[in-house]
Design a protein around this ligand. Sequence first.
Ligand code: BT5
Length: 268
Amino acid sequence: MNAPDLFASAEIVAELRTEIIGRELMYLPEVDSTNTWIRELAETGAQEGTVAVADQQTAGRGRLGRRWESPAGVNLYCSVLLRPDIPVQQAPQLTFLSAVAVSDTLKELYGLQVEVKWPNDILVRGAKIAGLLNEMSAETERIHFVVLGLGINLNMNPDQFPAGISYPATSVALETGHAIDRRRFLKALLQRLDGCYLEFLEKGFGPIRRRWESLCSVMNQSVTVNQGQAREFAGTVVGLDPDGALRLQTPDGCIERILAGEVRVRTG
Ligand code: BT5
């Protein structure tokens, strides 16, 4: 599992059957953050589909300045550069696209019962197995590029999970009981992402939205959404909007669009 050339890029590229994603792939034994690395390449004109994979991140990032624990030798830390010709407000669609691609890969390879949690988590048995951090560079109207950041816990052990974690965590190895071949997972994931992205470019958000909704365990459930400072909504989840907002039907029949907040199933 610790072979330094585990992700030997030339071999993987040669074996990939993708049109856009991974035609250019670089393996980094150690990097601060693959998202930062890809962003810098994007700014100097790197081609769409360029992928960076790291064995270890020294400053792996989550959302809102949070940290993504990224020890060496166990997981997948990966960023993908996209340059979609879509309006800026539709960029969040790519987060749902990456959630569907990661979930499909986990199901296909390991038969895991995967759930997506709005907006960017992937869970198995209620514990976080993967996180997504998509970042964008844009003007008012136009997207320059989007970086899809994917962190998937493949062989992580419980003693490697960060202390004081805000949510229970797991890894594929813990769920399946056997060691995971990171290279095989990477190839399958890039293949899936490519398929989802081609479908998205051709047919728009509809097919991805429907698949995400079918993976979302809180669909049609009564939930509360906590937005801090005593702002809390209650309602039933009825789907996603094209800009990534979660649609909540409130008890008075109105649709509330949730753009941020913690969604929890209502008990009692
Ligand atoms: C995320 O943030 O879930 C996005 C994670 C994205 C990581 C990838 S790795 C490749 C690329 N390069 C980067 O620098 N980032 C991306 P968020 O929803 O904010 O969750 C962060 C929270 O999850 C932390 O505050 C911890 O509580 C918890 N956490 C940290 N590391 C974890 C891990 N490996 N597994 C499960 N939970 C973790």
